[in-house]
Design a protein around this ligand. Structure first.
Ligand SMILES: CC(C)(COP(=O)(O)OP(=O)(O)OC[C@H]1O[C@@H](n2cnc3c(N)ncnc32)[C@H](O)[C@@H]1OP(=O)(O)O)[C@@H](O)C(=O)NCCC(=O)NCCS
Length: 158
């Protein structure tokens, strides 16, 4: 995949929102649930301006994006979506490696991920581990809460 990963622009908030909705629909959730999650799946230009939001692009086409939040040692993965037509070609893996490098360069140690249940395996592969559950909607639904260490590899002290 001939893609580059770059910082997203505030003007792209609407296009990123469309990708988030399309990716979530990929799991065939009821439309009533998608409506329930509308705010959580939407980005504003202000959000893009104020957070690290990065997108994978090939030419004029946006293939996917991710967003981080928080400060200090522990950060959150706010968004992580690949457009359905581009899934299964390594875009997610490249974006995730980029997110880890971004966090490390910014001094973060731990990334927390309230994962979609169907995406959990994607995060477990590069080393995330399950530490609990995260409340979701509709009421009673929970998401697997995962953590991944993103600090510099431990040296041998010699
Ligand atoms: C989950 C998602 C981000 C993966 O992105 P992708 O570009 O399709 O994944 P990749 O092609 O980079 O796959 C990388 C590896 O993860 C594996 N993988 C991908 N999706 C997986 C999943 N849902 N469960 C388990 N493993 C998965 C692939 O098989 C591949 O393994 P390999 O290295 O052995 O070949 C993407 O499918 C998506 O956006 N899904 C819908 C929205 C969603 O749930 N997002 C996550 C919100 S927390």
């Amino acid at each position: 995949m001939d893609a580059v990963i770059r910082r997203a622009l505030p003007a792209e908030a609407r296009a990123l929102t469309r990708i988030a909705h399309a990716a979530k629909r990929h799991w065939k959730y009821p439309e009533a649930w998608i409506r329930l999650w509308r705010d959580a799946l939407s980005l504003t230009p202000q959000f893009v301006e104020r957070h690290p939001v990065y997108c994978a692009v090939a030419g004029a086409s946006v293939l996917g994006f991710y967003a981080l939040s928080g400060a200090g040692a522990t950060r959150e993965l706010e968004h992580f979506w690949v457009a359905p037509r581009d899934m299964g070609h390594g875009v997610g893996a490249r974006m995730f490696a980029h997110a880890v490098a971004t966090l490390r360069a910014d001094g973060a140690r731990v990334l927390r991920i309230a994962s979609d249940p169907y995406a959990k395996g994607f995060y477990l592969r590069p080393g995330a581990r399950r530490v609990g559950k995260w409340p979701s909607t509709p009421r009673g639904r929970t998401l697997p809460l995962l953590v991944l260490g993103v600090g510099p590899p431990r040296g041998r002290g010699i």
